[in-house]
Design a binder for this molecule. Structure first.
Ligand code: PAF
Length: 315
């Protein structure tokens, strides 16, 4: 097993990366919020297989959470280190909030930023905003056509927040390839487009959703579920599989598919649907008629714990 480095400072991480690149080796990068699970392990495995050096980041980005969810996020640095070591990761980048957001003095600034983010924007391209009133500098604004799709309609600020942190991580770590789960399909689409526009040397690789033996998609938040809640959460997987079958059998009316899926999920009293939709696989726009490859997507709550599940259906 290799010796795994843990680096907290961005400048030290850049030096580490520059040395690797100077020696002609390629870098595969897996960004994470911590709380590593088997889904992350698959991303790390891919990075390992396709590159000489594997880096991961463990950074709980406060900007992409509601305050309560940020404070309750389940992560265990010691366990994450063990998992990363087992996966032969070469370096963990583990910065502090101060390191990543030097001009933000209070954690609450991130949560205030979210409250003011509901005004509709009209942006065609990615924009880097130098500094906003909360002290957040180099904020990435995602183009409207990408942000106001799926549950971005409910929390548009989330994708600015995730693009902002990934932008910074890409600048510091300069990977050849970066690995993201297909489960977060809108994030994957946005980061792919951002890399095309701003980091043409970085290849963004989407990795299919990994599921547990009972078919629940791996998520760091699954550990927060009771056995009963977990059982109810499985209704969402049953619903999307049923939706997939209906479409494969020839159903083209999106409303019929969505209504059937909703009925299956709502038969479980513990699950509350936050957002459910059928969107085009490329544009992420909602469809009324299924005529091309689509995505079935559900975001849902179980006693305040927010989870998502999704499936790509090839027509
Ligand atoms: O998908 C995630 O885990 C996060 O959004 C990411 C990409 C690590 C950015 O914080």
């Amino acid at each position: 097993m290799n010796t795994m480095k843990i680096i907290e400072s961005a400048s030290q991480a850049s030096v580490y990366v520059a040395d690797i690149k100077a020696s002609g080796q390629t870098i595969g990068f897996v960004p994470t919020l911590g709380g590593l699970h088997k889904g992350h392990q698959l991303l790390m495995q891919k990075a390992r297989e396709e590159n000489d050096v594997t880096l991961i980041s463990l950074f709980l980005n406060p900007m992409q959470f509601r305050k309560k969810q940020f404070l309750e996020y389940p992560s265990d640095f010691e366990l994450d280190k063990l998992i990363a070591k087992e996966m032969n990761v070469d370096m963990i980048f583990h910065p502090t909030v101060e390191e990543m957001y030097q001009h933000v003095t209070q954690i609450d600034s991130f949560f205030k930023f979210q409250q003011q983010e509901f005004t509709q924007r009209h942006l065609e391209h990615f924009v880097v905003e130098e500094k906003n009133q909360h002290g957040i500098d180099n904020l990435i604004r995602v183009p409207s056509s990408l942000v106001y799709q799926l549950d971005g309609k409910i929390h548009p600020w989330f994708f600015d927040a995730s693009a902002t942190i990934v932008y910074r991580l890409f600048k510091i770590l300069q990977p050849n390839r970066a690995y993201f789960g297909e489960k977060d399909i809108q994030q994957l689409a946005i980061i792919t487009k951002m890399a095309e526009a701003r980091f043409p040397d970085i290849e963004v690789v989407g990795v299919p959703t990994r599921r547990d033996a009972d078919n629940l998609a791996f998520s760091s938040r699954n550990v927060l579920l009771s056995a009963e809640q977990r059982q109810s959460a499985l209704s969402v997987y049953r619903a999307i599989k049923h939706g997939e079958n209906l479409i494969k059998e020839g159903e083209t009316d999106a409303d019929i598919v969505l209504n059937t899926m909703t009925e299956i999920i709502e038969a479980q009293p513990l699950v509350k649907i936050d957002y459910i939709d059928i969107v085009d696989n490329k544009s992420l726009e909602s469809v009324k008629r299924v005529s091309d490859d689509i995505i079935l997507y559900v975001a849902f709550f179980l006693n305040g714990i927010r989870l998502t599940d999704t499936i790509i259906v090839k027509v």
